[in-house]
Design a binder for this molecule. Structure first.
Ligand code: FAD
Length: 512
């Protein structure tokens, strides 16, 4: 009989940190492994969480479904709203505005994606702005929203509405905590003050809390935010700094009072030294100015933020410092870093929570045994590095493809050398409007097309295969899509009415 090697499964996981990363991870592991793996989470209320991170991409609904979370309950409990995309103002040049919407643009025909026919129709003066051919980009500025109705005919744009959420980051962490604790996650309050490593292997064996308590585990997940207590302070995994491409290194954030119904999109407005976000929630609006400290002072950034709020501020602005980049090893020895402990790319396309989700999903697929095979760890690191780099490129695109020349900041990002991978993508698109998604990169064709066009890159040619379709058929396709999109948006309710009917939160400041 062939002798099988003894199985050495991991039985205990310690998640250090209780922000979104920590609780997302603890909830996912406890859901997937049940009682076979004991999950403990340590967090310190005194240190607290970063408390921003309120806009998402559509993939989060997959994560919620994995956890068995009811959507309406989730939106209610987090004061959430819905998001069809991001509106970018003043990015390509002052006065410009475009929406990067989720979902599809038009209908593909034959070998070619819709936007290739649109390029031909546009060159002939037969098509309007690309935003008129996608349900999300028509519905968003009109304040319309609905989730796909169960009785929508297949292939109708309504059946394919792609959306994400805005939510209150603190309420989100609390929501996940309740969920994870119900699944058996054991939470310990306390500050980690020391880390014990195996003297031979350097693997982490336990952490000691200020109270003197020891938390031991076989696998550690570092979710300690920018502190990166295990992966960097202890293991010295190293950090790849991307500030030379993405020079913003600070944000000031302040909530403001709602002054109208919540828009079903995030707003990003380019400013002299960075950009300002506006995220509408049911009970307030989240705002922040992401900027380069080389270009303006903290006081100037704060003043600019306060000047550009839609409504009165509800709290003093809070300063957050960061360095853009990623750990050289996101998984080192028996530690995996998730969230801000692993890396940070500014929130321009709301990608940080997605990267946590992706890290968790790769961890699930590559879950180690006590042998901690290097090949498994290396695969994880390579996959995650790739995803970080592709998102990095997409974010740099917004800064680099601009004609803004009204400040030193914009002159720098417009003229800087960009990664070769991004340069190649921009050059191919400028030549014939094509884009190739590689591997599991987050943003696909429609995202790149919308942002490249929105930032002012208009392809010199459309693809020759478009001419294989009769001209009148190509133009008829473009007209048809525009009419179908407009008709379907006409059937959608207003965003605030949809929320009121399905998932209105309790008033946040109601007297008790
Ligand atoms: P944190 O929230 O900082 O949590 C760290 C945890 O570690 C805390 O519980 C803390 O108590 C604990 N801890 C630290 N040290 C110790 C210790 N010694 N002992 C015990 N516990 C400890 N993401 C998006 O997806 N969309 C957005 O719109 C978005 N906007 C952002 C805007 C800004 C300005 C910034 C900085 C980030 C933004 N992000 C966004 C990122 C998002 O906020 C984070 O990815 C997310 O909140 C996860 O944070 P975290 O859990 O890694 O860290």
């Amino acid at each position: 009989m062939i002798q099988q090697p003894a199985r050495r499964p991991i039985r205990s996981v310690a998640v250090i940190g209780g922000g979104a990363a920590g609780w997302m991870c603890a909830a996912a592991i406890s859901k997937s492994f049940g009682r076979d793996v004991q999950v403990q989470l340590v967090e310190s209320e005194e240190i607290g969480i970063v408390g921003v991170g309120e806009a998402t991409v559509p993939h989060i609904s997959v994560f919620n479904r994995l956890l068995g979370i009811d959507e309406a309950e989730f939106v209610r409990q987090t004061q959430g709203t819905f998001k069809l995309g991001i509106q970018f103002n003043d990015w390509g040049k002052l006065g410009d505005s475009y929406i990067h919407g989720f979902g599809t643009i038009g209908r593909d025909l034959g070998l070619m994606p819709f936007h290739q026919y649109w390029l031909k129709a546009r060159a002939a003066g037969r098509a309007g702005d690309i935003s008129r051919y996608s349900l999300n980009t028509v519905a968003a500025p009109l304040g319309k929203f609905m989730v796909p109705p169960s009785d929508a005919p297949p292939h109708s744009p309504l059946a394919e509405i792609a959306y994400a959420y805005h939510f209150d980051a603190t309420l989100y962490a609390r929501f996940l905590r309740r969920h994870a604790e119900k699944q058996g996650v054991k939470r310990t309050e306390g500050k980690v003050v020391a880390v014990q490593q195996n003297p031979d292997t350097g693997f982490i064996e336990s952490v000691r809390l200020e109270s003197g308590a020891e938390i031991a585990a076989e696998l550690f997940i570092d979710c300690t935010g920018f502190r990166a207590l295990l992966i960097e302070d202890t293991l010295r995994a190293g950090f790849e700094d991307w500030t030379h491409w993405l020079p913003c290194d600070r944000a000031v954030a302040a909530p403001s009072q709602n002054v109208g119904p919540p828009t079903p999109y995030t707003r990003s407005t380019a400013r002299a030294a960075g950009w300002q976000w506006r995220i509408p929630l049911q009970h307030r609006t989240g705002n922040g100015y992401v900027y380069s400290s080389q270009a303006i002072s903290d006081n100037e950034a704060q003043a600019s933020l306060l000047k550009h709020l839609d409504g009165p501020a509800l709290a003093d602005p809070r300063l957050i410092r960061f360095t853009t980049g990623v750990r050289r090893k996101l998984w080192d020895k028996n530690v995996i870093a998730l969230g801000l402990a692993g890396g940070f790319i500014e929130p321009l396309e709301s990608t940080a929570l997605f990267l946590i989700q992706s890290g968790i999903s790769h961890l699930m697929s590559l879950f180690p045994t006590l042998d901690f095979e290097p090949a498994v760890r290396d695969k994880y690191n390579a996959q995650m590095q790739f995803e970080y780099e592709r998102i990095r490129d997409f974010i740099i695109l917004h800064y680099h493809a601009t004609s803004r020349d009204d400040s030193d900041f914009w002159n720098h990002v417009r003229t800087m050398e960009v990664p070769a991978s991004l340069k190649a993508n921009m050059e191919v698109f400028a030549a014939n409007g094509q884009f190739f998604r590689e591997g599991a990169e987050l943003f696909g064709l429609t995202s790149w097309v919308q942002v490249m066009l929105g930032q002012g890159i208009l392809p010199r040619n459309y693809h020759p295969a478009v001419d294989w379709v009769k001209e009148e058929d190509a133009f008829a396709l473009v007209d048809h899509v525009e009419n179908v999109v407009a008709a379907n948006v006409g059937l959608m309710p207003r965003h605030e009415d949809f929320i009121a009917r399905h998932c209105a939160a309790a008033p946040a400041y109601a007297p008790v």
